[in-house]
Design a protein around this ligand. Structure first.
Ligand SMILES: [Zn+2]
Length: 351
């Protein structure tokens, strides 16, 4: 019985064999496989058309049915660039075995809006979060150094804060419980330095720092990670490896050392739940558990519907048995805020 993850690999391999327009079509279908909400084999068993699924047209449907009728031998080793990704169907199956786990989730700590490269307004993201009964979300648009993603500067960040404050007032007036947190995904250079004035960051509820450059270097990047974690202005390191499914492998480091340093500083490493990223991945989550490092879950949503990506992170953390107390999104909002405060106080004492 082929799983969706195995089908994704078959599709990706087929893309490499095809030429012309079929190659990108198979490649796209491989990516889409991670988002299929149900197992393809179940659809086949129920006599449903596979074209219900994203990325599958009639031609690819035929190919998939051939594979299911006669499963090909999958080569033992999936290339590293496609390894260690969970499919939504598998993730949901795993989460269904322990419903109490997902119920602990109180919010989502990475998402983008029209202020940078997202498609939704803050209000639309907040509405999507209310539908999920979240207690909080962090709005983490890109910072000014990431021009390609429409990063915002200190002035815009302040204006955004005013918009968020208004939304929070309206929510509490109407009896809602969602708090929209002011945050940012600050671009970090390879020396771990941010691109925003520390004073403007201090006004935020939370700061993520992420690398978006020099992500293909093959040399060990441990020093880069240690520097980023020691950056006094961030509390969470976003999509740590910088990997992307079938596109970029991500960075190398002495991970036990990186996680140990995060633990010492009481900072969190993120599971970026975007299906193509899933970064931290399962292998690194094992180290996070051993090192008792805090984990933050962020969908990196660029559209309101993408808040559902949180399931990838919840499933990965559950699979690797990360203790609930290590997940910052399981904290009540006051605990979350005091965690940030503690880190800020500690950094201020050192300055
Ligand atoms: Zn990012």
């Amino acid at each position: 019985m082929l799983t969706n993850t195995e089908l994704a690999e078959l599709l990706a391999q087929q893309a490499e064999r095809e030429t012309g327009i079929l190659s990108p079509a198979f490649r796209r279908a491989a990516r889409s496989a991670f988002l299929w909400p149900e197992n393809v084999v179940d659809l086949v068993a129920q006599n449903r058309p596979l074209t219900e699924l994203r990325g599958i047209g009639p031609f690819i449907e035929k190919q998939i049915r051939r594979w299911i009728d006669k499963p090909p031998r999958l080569s033992e080793s999936v290339p590293a660039i496609r390894r260690d990704f969970i499919s939504l169907a598998e993730g949901r199956q795993l989460l269904a075995t322990k419903p109490a786990w997902s119920k602990r989730l109180r919010g989502d700590l990475q998402m983008h809006t029209r202020w940078s490269d997202g498609s939704g307004t803050i209000a639309e993201m907040a509405d999507a979060a209310k539908e999920r009964s979240y207690e909080y979300i962090a709005i983490t648009d890109h910072s000014k150094g990431l021009k390609i993603a429409g990063g915002i500067d200190e002035r815009s960040l302040k204006k955004q804060g005013a918009e968020i404050a208004k939304i929070n007032i309206e929510t509490s007036r109407s009896g809602g419980k969602l708090a929209v947190l002011c945050s940012i995904e600050m671009n970090l250079n390879p020396r771990g330095e941010g691109d925003m004035l520390p004073t403007s960051l201090l006004a935020l509820d939370l700061v993520l720092g992420s690398f978006h450059s020099s992500l293909r270097t093959l040399e060990d990047q441990t020093e880069r990670y240690l520097a980023a974690l020691r950056n006094p202005n961030i509390q969470i390191l976003g999509h740590p490896r910088g990997r992307i499914y079938n596109y970029r492998l991500g960075l190398k480091a002495d991970w036990p050392r990186v996680f140990a340093e995060a633990t010492r500083l009481n900072k969190a490493l993120e599971i970026d739940c975007y299906p193509d990223r899933q970064d931290l991945n399962l292998v690194l989550l094992k180290i996070a558990r051993q090192q008792e490092t805090l984990i933050s879950l962020g969908t990196d949503a660029h559209h309101p519907w993408q808040l559902e990506f949180i399931e990838f992170g919840l499933a990965a953390a559950l699979q690797e048995k990360i203790p609930a107390q290590q997940i910052v999104n399981f904290m009540p909002i006051l605990d979350l805020k005091s965690w940030v405060q503690q880190i800020q106080d500690r950094s201020a004492r050192k300055q």
